[in-house]
Design a protein around this ligand. Structure first.
Ligand SMILES: [Zn+2]
Length: 72
């Protein structure tokens, strides 16, 4: 979505990856390179969204959330 807004939706900038959920996903070549260099798992947009949603949920459940100090 971000790439679309930036006008870089060009196939040559994307590469296909196999996500752990079994989906084939197009991801940004640069993002792929960065993730690999950081030894992070490559994931499809769906899994990324689910992971982010889970992380937000965990933040919401944190006892510190009410203090508002965890959003540094
Ligand atoms: Zn996936």
């Amino acid at each position: 979505m971000l790439n679309r807004m930036l006008g870089t939706e060009n196939p040559q900038y994307f590469t296909k990856i196999y996500c752990s959920c079994g989906r084939l996903a197009d991801i940004d070549r640069m993002a792929c390179k960065v993730k690999k260099s950081l030894h992070k798992d490559l994931e499809c947009a769906r899994c990324r969204n689910l992971r982010i949603a889970r992380e937000i949920e965990l933040l919401d459940e944190s006892p510190d959330a009410e203090s508002g100090e965890i959003y540094i």
